[in-house]
Design a binder for this molecule. Structure first.
Ligand SMILES: [Zn+2]
Length: 317
């Protein structure tokens, strides 16, 4: 028996057939085309699921136990309704119910970062620990909270939105409409913004030269690469960015004291050294963690975004 996991993201919908060990046998993606009507998107999602099951030579009714969908937004996981997603513009969208028009097997839905956290806690970096958090850092910052091996949802299924806790009152504008959110400083988008400003101010810098003077080409990796080559301005950026990432994590540790926080998302591409530097700063500032064996560990997630697909197939076990 297999399960189908779906990553319902803003740009792509990816479906994968997953076995009991969390291995993806086959996966395929289609563009989300998010400005379409909700029912058109779900119809394409259902067809994608049916297509890959057929392609794998399986029978959806006999070989697939259920479909788990990891969605970008707040999801009522009991009913499969997307309560709210500012990026899709959906409000109370009944995803599971709509999917059931096309398939006869159970459909469950969950927030994508929660799926990620579940997969990491079962087969990834936080495996074997009961109380853990994952924080995904990319163009935005999200996360999932696992308490006693279960996803913590919060009152309105919106828990774990770490990116929107304010670290600087009246600070940079955030996509959520507020100012000074952690995501406005520690997301990869924020790093790109700050790197562009730095490059313009210092046209003599390696940062500026690495993008051939075209700041549109700036990526979140550029300051790390320039810092490695000795560029002082890039070093300043990387140092500030590391502090911002650590600052948010310190707040999380001080509030929840999980056994571990694993960092996932696009930032994984920067590598373990960055995580080690963040860990060092977190350790210096967290409150009341004086013994090494009772210290929240800062780890790198083992899994990439496929963790959403894998975690979605763990929702019923
Ligand atoms: Zn925000």
């Amino acid at each position: 028996m297999y399960s189908l996991g779906v990553n319902f993201d803003l740009t792509y919908i990816t479906a994968g057939i997953v076995d009991k060990s969390g291995t993806i046998l086959l996966k395929e993606s289609i563009p989300t085309l998010k400005y379409r009507k909700f029912d058109e998107i779900v119809k394409d999602m259902a067809h994608l699921c049916i297509r890959i099951v057929n392609k794998a030579g399986l029978n959806i009714d006999k070989d697939i136990e259920f479909i788990g969908i990891g969605c970008y937004g707040s999801i009522d996981s009991r009913t499969g309704v997307m309560i709210y997603s500012s990026y899709f513009g959906f409000r109370n969208a009944p995803i599971a119910e709509e999917m059931k028009k096309y398939v006869n097997i159970p459909v469950v839905c969950e927030n994508d970062a929660n799926c990620y956290a579940l997969a990491e806690s079962r087969i990834g970096a936080t495996k074997g620990l009961k109380n853990t958090i994952i924080v995904t850092i990319g163009t935005a910052i999200s996360g999932g909270i696992i308490i006693e091996n279960n996803i913590y949802h919060g009152l309105a299924y919106g828990a774990g939105e770490f990116g929107h806790h304010v670290i600087i009152f009246g600070g940079e504008k955030c996509e959520c409409g507020r100012n000074g959110c952690w995501a406005a400083y520690a997301s990869t988008n924020a790093l790109v913004r700050d790197s562009r400003i730095m490059a313009i101010r210092h046209p003599e810098s390696m940062l500026f030269k690495m993008v051939n003077g075209d700041i549109r080409l700036m990526s979140f990796r550029t300051p790390f690469e320039a810092a490695q080559k000795g560029d002082v301005h890039a070093k300043e950026l990387v140092d500030a960015y590391t502090k911002y990432v650590a600052l948010g994590l310190i707040n999380i540790v001080n509030i929840l004291q999980p056994e571990a926080i694993a960092i996932g998302g696009k930032i994984r591409k920067i590598g373990q050294e960055f995580i080690n530097n963040v860990d060092k700063k977190v350790t210096e500032k967290t409150f009341g963690q004086y013994d090494d064996d009772k210290k929240t560990r800062i780890l790198m997630c083992d899994l990439d975004y496929d963790a959403v697909i894998i975690g979605a197939t763990m929702l019923r076990h």
